[in-house]
Design a protein around this ligand. Structure first.
Ligand SMILES: [Zn+2]
Length: 294
């Protein structure tokens, strides 16, 4: 008999003005001038998850962690996994390896100081580990991360490795490091790999389509990994003047997102990314193991 499938629920903890879609419009130096809504919106998600008795992984941006240490501690105190979303939200392939190493270590150390336990998971800003930035995986393994969830195996203008594996796997990085990759979930339709399971795609597709695709992934015995941002349950956030495409990607169906998420949490079983990977490890599916890093 195959094991029951529990999926990974993940949140990238950043504010509406951090997103890559607005990076051309909002300078990093001006971030502090914007009204911060990440704390209230993350609490909204924490309360929703609590109502569903569901645990999740929160990939926290270092910039947010430095300003809201109580929020990070609250995430951990409520039983969730705290993981790392880098420091500056700069795309990995736009950084040098030295810059990436410095900001990743800074974010990881801040989070570990706040939660007083090892931070094992990493997710890059806008899934920006691509063929041009695979060197980042070496740095993540060296920094002591056990798993990465930054590779989206699709075509996209900003991210993606279209032919990368679609299910969790153990990899040996170029320098001989070991890392588990939990790729963002996809669904095969008419010969195309469609990005699924979160964010703008969750807001774009009709809920019934998302549910059908995610059920198909689970029927095949695979967990999916769902991701969301706190600003996606905040339809009242200040509007940013950006390109039409960026505005569509950011604002489309914001007012429906929380209700859809509530339905999704009722329809599927979820836990942290780390627990899902440890479960797969126990079943012998990802032999290199993340537990060794704990
Ligand atoms: Zn992000």
């Amino acid at each position: 008999m195959s094991p029951p499938v529990t999926n990974a629920l993940t949140v990238d903890v950043e504010d509406y003005f951090h997103v890559s879609a607005f990076a051309d419009t909002i300078a990093r130096e001006d971030w502090d001038r914007h009204e911060c809504r990440v704390e209230a919106n993350t609490r909204r998600l924490l309360d929703l998850f609590e109502r569903h008795r569901t645990l999740a992984t929160f990939f926290v941006l270092g910039w947010v962690a430095e300003r809201y240490p109580a929020l990070v501690r609250e995430i951990a105190a409520r039983g969730h996994e705290v993981a790392c979303h880098g420091y500056s939200h700069r795309l990995v392939y736009e950084q040098t390896p030295d810059e990436f190493r410095a900001e990743t270590l800074r974010a990881k150390a801040t989070l570990e100081d706040q939660v007083q336990c090892p931070v094992l998971g990493y997710r890059a800003a806008s899934y920006s580990i691509t063929r041009d930035s695979l060197w980042a995986l070496d740095i993540l393994a060296e920094a002591g991360f056990g798993y990465d969830s930054s590779i989206f195996p699709v075509h996209h203008d900003r991210y993606g490795i279209p032919d990368a594996p679609t299910t969790p796997y153990c990899m040996t990085t170029a320098n001989g490091g070991q890392l588990v990759e939990f790729p963002l979930s996809t669904y095969r339709l008419l010969g195309y790999r469609l990005p699924m399971a979160g964010g703008g795609y969750f807001r774009l597709y009709p809920y019934a389509f998302t549910r059908m695709a995610l059920r198909a992934i689970n029927r095949a015995g695979q967990p999916f990994i769902f991701y969301l941002h706190p600003w996606e349950v905040d339809p009242d956030q200040p509007r940013i003047a950006a390109s039409r495409l960026s505005r569509f990607r950011h604002y489309n169906n914001l007012d429906r997102c929380e209700q859809r998420l509530d339905r999704l949490l009722g329809a599927f079983s979820f836990t942290t990314a780390r627990s899902v990977l440890e479960g797969l490890e126990a079943w012998g599916k990802t032999p290199c193991g993340i537990a060794a890093h704990a």
